[in-house]
Design a protein around this ligand. Sequence first.
Ligand SMILES: Cc1ncc(COP(=O)(O)O)c(C=O)c1O
Length: 473
Amino acid sequence: MSSAPTDSSARGVTPETDWAVLEGWDRAYYLHAVQAQAEFAYLPIERTDGNYLVLPDGSRLLDFQSQLISDSMGHRHPRVHAEIVRAMERYGHVFFGLATDYRARAAKLVIEDALAGEEWAGRVRILASGSEAVENSLAMARHFTGRPVILTQEHSYHGLTMGTTRLRGYRGQLSPVDDARASRDIPGFPGGGIVEIPAPEFHDYEGPRPLPSLEQTRAIIEDVGPERIAGVITEAMFGAAGLLPPDDYLVGLRELSREYDFLWIAVEVLTGFGRLGEWFGYQCYPGIEPDLMVIGKGLNGCALPCGAVVTRKDIGEWFERARWWSGSTHDAHPLVCASIVGNIEAMLADDVIGTVKRLGAYLERNLRAMTARHACVGRVSGKGMYYAVDLVGDDGRPIVPDDRSTLFLGELSNHPNNVIAQECAARGVFLGGFVPNTIKVAPPFTISEAEIDVGLDVFDSALTELAGRATRG
Ligand SMILES: Cc1ncc(COP(=O)(O)O)c(C=O)c1O
């Protein structure tokens, strides 16, 4: 975005903007999550620009993590930006009962272009966030199968909402069109119906086959009773936990879902739209395709809040022949749909998947070479433009023993992920992690090789500092 004005007054930030006052308001009136009010670290961003977050003093942070592995096309990508501006000339809000050109174009781009050649995909429903899309997929799987139980992987992350359909009112019920007088609650409503299966092994697991995680999953399926299971929900590479399964894991899990006849809900909120080097993460593995796929983040690079569910052809048709009381004021908002159009068209025009393959190979090669020099790096795993770096102590074990099972208790500032984040930020790079021992390198696809070098140099220094702190006790 080199054409963006650099003079702060032209950007609508007056020279008098007093960030100390703003910090006061933010601390006083905004309800922060994740950090408690007293420990809230205030890091103001005055604007976002290409691959950078710009601070009020004009200093810049290279975004080496695409914020939440979300802003895949950099910040304010010109094509996405332009499409939103164009849409705003004609549209504010248009609710889902009416139609817009942008909704049709976005749906066509997802099903016909991003999913080109994937015969399974039938319809897409566009929603306001990944979490909402996940919730929708659970209701769809339960309604379609008539069963209550969803299997979910240990250590996975699918959002933090509570299941709003449990709060009564209209409750997501469905009337099949051949019996419009009938009303069926979502199977399992309002109970839990969520059963955990073990996390997969790590990508470098070389032990016996079948994978123990899949053997245990089979035992759980038998125990729960397959006739009660609506589906299994998965991540191709875990987002929060930064865990890449062995190559035979998803294929094996898909076989189980076919053998026992329940749905596979592939959540590609984070891995979709190129992150693992293919349009969708499941395409990294041969011969498998989901029944429902949840997308978000990279769908529009987070220019505006959105998520979506893609259905298998017959599942989409099935819902179209029913009266499903499901909808939100913000479904398929025209500006959101415009941002999806701008984003997918840019990805197609610029062969972004090709770029991810090329830049990803460069990133992986140099990341592995750099981390090989650090004894505190126990494992590097990933594909495309997403790599998880697991940090270990002298004994080769996770530095914070709870690792991916952490409940985020006690003093967190000296957790390795936060030490690395602080050290990187001090050197002009935005990079960190979520669980304590794992750093997630996931730059925007618009990054250059020279910028990758900068990010890796800074990460290198931060790792040296982390090791030094451990030695100093
Ligand atoms: C795999 C996965 N599912 C669901 C979500 C929730 O999406 P959102 O944050 O857009 O609500 C996320 C977000 O990180 C995710 O990574």
